[in-house]
Structures are given as C-alpha cells and as structure tokens.
Design a protein around this ligand. Structure first.
Ligand code: ZN
Length: 328
C-alpha cells in the first residue's frame, strides 16, 4: 500500500538531505511522449529520458511507465543516489487522495480508472503520488520556476488539449472530484462547437493545437497542423490570419474567465500553442481586456512561459515535495 507521509517542511528537508545524495523519480505521461527523470530536492534535473508512451503498441502505457521507472532506479543506484519517492503527472482528472486516475483521460485511455499510485507503490516499494499533468506543472513552476513566491498562480497549458492548474493561497486547488483547474473546458460560446468532454463551446475547441489544425484543414482546404496555420498567418495568408485572430479572441475570453473568476497574481500560458502565440502577446492582452474587469486584469500578470523540456519533470518532484510537506 502507498505510504502517505505528512511531515513538516523542515522535517522533509532533513529526511531528504540526511542520507546524502537523494532524488525524486519524476514522470510526465503524455498522449504521445512520456518524459521521465531524476530530480534533486532543489529542482535540479539530474537525468532526463523520453520515450513514446505507446512504444509497445496501443494500451501499453503502464508497461512503458514501469520500464522507465526501473531504468531510472538503476541509473540512480549506479550513481549512489537514494530514491525518496515518485511523482507522476497524467493528462486527465485524478483522484489525488488515492492516486487513482479518473475516467476522463482522453489521450491515454488504458489508464482510465487505474489506481496508479497503489499499483506502482506495490511494485516499486516507494511512496508514489499522481496528479493531473497541468496541476503538476503548476506546482513545478510555483516551487522552482517563474511562479516562485507567488501566493496565487494559474497555469493554462495550450497543446494537443487544454488544461489548467490553480494554486490559491499557497494550496493546489483540486476541487471536490479532481476537476479543479479543467479550464480548457469552460464554455466561452454557449452555442458553440461540440467538445470531446461532452460539452459545447469549450475554450479548448477554439485554442487547442488539435482544433486549430482542424480549422486550418477545413478552411484552407488542405491538411495543415497548428504550427503551419501560425506560419501562414505570419506570411499574410488571409484565411490563416482570420483563424489566428479567432484563436486570440477565444483565448482572451478564456483568460477573462480566469482573471475575473480568480484574479490570480500570476497567469502563465504554457504549451506548444502558447509558444506560437508569443509574438501576439499584446493582441492577447487586448482581447482579454475586452472581456475582463480592467482592474482585475491590471492586477494579474500574464506571461507566456518559455518552457524548457525539464519543466514538466521538475513538476513531478514538486508534487512529491508538496505531498510530503516539502514545500515552504
Ligand atoms: Zn470541453
């Protein structure tokens, strides 16, 4: 069974530093790629590996996870590093108390309803914590990154899908059933496009990489990905520009929901679509201004994260430290 430790911040630090070199095994499970690494308690990434999530075929994510964890454990042993525990982010809602993946995990369906923490803890004899991938990223940015010291922070991750992570008053907001932070699925158009979540007009259906590519393919009348839509817009293609303007406006409405609803000190945009939007930061702020209270917007700093590949890995370590009381 999973060991659930709750110690004081000072106590955890003493534990982590007591036996010399210690590290946390960290995993970010993605729909396509899974990244993993060994992270020291100060957030330094000691090793980083990536592998296709379904390298042994569809439905094999759990085998990939076990493989990665065992490999990293070996790597730690060979470098005389003690492994304190494991932190994992998955792309869906999670019952974080039990470390169980929820039913709504679209990109890695074989993990739906799997008691992941318990399963891995039994195999590896280590404490395991599992949470939503963007919650994990938010914890990582808050503990080790751009959000250090912020009392409230929201991360909106715009990639294949759209997810969110909310930290308020120094606590991660998970909500009653683990859906806290599902900001990609706030409806911004009550009669809009149907969404994979079963809803309609969700922010995700306007700003995710998948949906931008779909819109591009439909309206440009040839298969394109999201990056190509942005590129064509930069080159002056009128149809691509129209799509990108729509993305900025939809994002402005979505950000206004966050600004008016939570008014966080810091609002960070992450993911591949956010990266493409970097040159349009001004336009996004203007669009947000059309929907948000001016004073609320003025007191929320919005930033596009220039994320390095280690950011999600640091998040897994942050989750472990957060759960064991290591944050302070
Ligand atoms: Zn939705």
């Amino acid at each position: 069974m999973r060991e659930r430790r709750r110690t004081t911040a000072a106590g955890t630090r003493a534990t982590l530093r007591g036996s010399g070199r210690e590290a946390i095994l960290s995993i970010d499970v993605g729909g396509t790629t899974t990244a993993a690494g060994l992270v020291s308690p100060d957030g330094s990434v000691l090793t980083h590996v990536e592998t296709p999530t379904h390298k042994a075929g569809p439905g094999t994510a759990l085998a990939t996870l076990l493989d990665l964890l065992q490999g990293l454990r070996e790597a730690a042993r060979s470098r005389s590093i003690d492994v304190a525990g494991i932190g994992i982010g998955v792309p869906g809602a999670v019952d974080a108390d039990r470390g169980a993946v929820g039913a709504d995990i679209n990109y890695v369906p074989e993990l739906a309803s799997v008691p992941l923490a318990e399963t891995l803890a039994e195999r590896l004899r280590l404490p395991v914590f599992v949470d939503n991938d963007v919650n994990v990223l938010a914890l990582g940015e808050w503990m080790f990154g751009t959000g250090r010291g912020a009392s409230s922070l929201v991360v909106l991750a715009l990639g294949t899908g759209v997810g969110g992570g909310i930290i308020l008053g120094g606590r991660l907001h998970r909500g009653g059933g683990g859906y806290g932070g599902e900001l990609g699925h706030v409806p911004i158009n009550f009669d809009g496009r149907p969404c994979i979540c079963g809803g309609r007009g969700c922010l995700k259906t306007y700003v995710s990489g998948t949906d931008i590519a779909l819109q591009g393919t439909e309206r440009l009348k040839r298969p394109v990905d999201a990056a190509t839509v942005f590129l064509l817009a930069d080159q002056g293609d009128p149809v691509a520009r129209e799509i990108v303007e729509e993305v900025c406006q939809a994002l402005g409405a979505g950000l206004a929901v966050i600004v008016n609803g939570l008014n966080p000190e810091l609002l960070l945009l992450a993911g591949s679509v956010a990266k493409s939007l970097k040159p349009r930061e001004r336009e996004i702020r203007d669009q947000t201004g059309r929907y948000a209270f001016a004073r609320a917007l003025a007191s929320t700093r919005i930033e596009i994260l220039s994320m390095d590949k280690d950011a999600t890995i640091r998040g897994g370590a942050a989750l472990y430290l957060y759960q064991t009381g290591g944050q302070a």
